[in-house]
Design a protein. Sequence first.
Length: 505
Amino acid sequence: MTDPHGFLKVPRRPVPARPVEERLGDWNEVYAGQARLPLVSEQAGRCMDCGIPFCHSGCPLGNLIPEWNAYAAKDDWWAAAERLHATNNFPEFTGRLCPAPCEDACVLTINADPVTIKNVEQAIADEIWARGYASPRPPERLSGKTVAVIGSGPAGLAAAQQLTRIGHTVAVYERADRIGGLLRYGIPAFKMEKQHLNRRIEQMRSEGTKFRTGVDVGSDLDAFELTRRHDAVVVAVGARGQRELPVPGRELHGICQAMDYLTFANRVREGDYVSSPVTAEGKHVVIIGGGDTGSDCLGTALRQGATSVVQLDINPEPGEARRDTEPWPTYPKVYRISHAHEEGREREGTDPRIFSSATLRLEGDRHGHVRGIRLAEVEPEDRRPRPDTEHVISADLVLLALGFYGPERGTGLMKQLALTLDDRGNFARHADFAAETTERARSAERTVRTGAEGVFIAGDAGRGQSLVVWAIAEGRSAAAAADRYLSGSTELPAPVAPRDRPLVA
């Protein structure tokens, strides 16, 4: 273990981000070039090595956090890498993108500041690659079974890597022109530079995973035919159905879905465009939606040179501390500042978010272009507009970051695989993933099977919009279920079941 008094002697000190002015001048990660190891090793030493590490409960992957904290504190990066990879295929993704519910579940959080778990994870992940600890792990022998994975986001990639390493021949089908799903085109480079994704894909290629880009299964390729050509199919197409804003003026020009806007910006970084077809440069930008996607749009618009940026959130402004209704170790709704919010606040002098605000209508000029948004304050209980609070703010570009309602409906994929929707609008799953007990193991062959034999659902397509850690956990669990279906038993871990949910009060 680490120093048993470390948490008493050492205060929490996260790795500092680059100065705002510097990072707004480029698209590099906010931590790029920052020294980590001495600081991270000291912070890892704050881990209490709890008898019951609740950080495990906060993470669906079941990351062995106290173990790799102890190794990081002693600068044993090989052992830390082994412990981190034991539960997580892609720690370089989660260390950058996950909001770290594990930190809110840290036992220290009861009456002090938690361990900087996310910083430690990212540091270990980077050392894995810097020290050559991420060499390919091809299977010792092939099973003779083939698996198709539809979708190349974190769930699909995790399932593919697990199944490849166990000996199955895996092909990943992606409708976009590059592998990665939202990791490629939805996540801005300042949150995760694409080199991290590219080198992991190359590792998977070296292990034997095949990738097929530009193939829209259900349209370009019949999905049912895919089941005839493979022994199992994993559907990991994500929750790409974007929510709309049904208010007057939606038809005006200058209104764009957030994911389309982010995709254009990422394609500029990939070299597909000289400049984005939808840019914030010189414009008054309003982002409707207070979540992570809206924050990503905020950071992107600032880097593109927006004149002003406002982010609207219909929810009331959270407090600084946990409420009694959200006790430790749950993930509380508290006031949080993303790096993009920090950038907006430093540039504008105030938080760019407007809370408790609803859009009543979008107003345009005589040419049919949006020029303003009519807002109203809302009641926190039922979100009804408050009387006499209407006002108009300027807007030349409106970005809709309202989240996703689930997988896209009515597609050829759904019809050809006879997929149905559950009561939450996601692809229905009728049994738990493969698990340890005999009873659940016997039911595993029925797992996620709907109208086609050997079809499994993984990630946001079955869970709904969620975090990257849940996507990877689902991919690992789907791989275990598929391997059990193909082989009769499995040694692959299944960290979550379809009905598992985040730790909430």
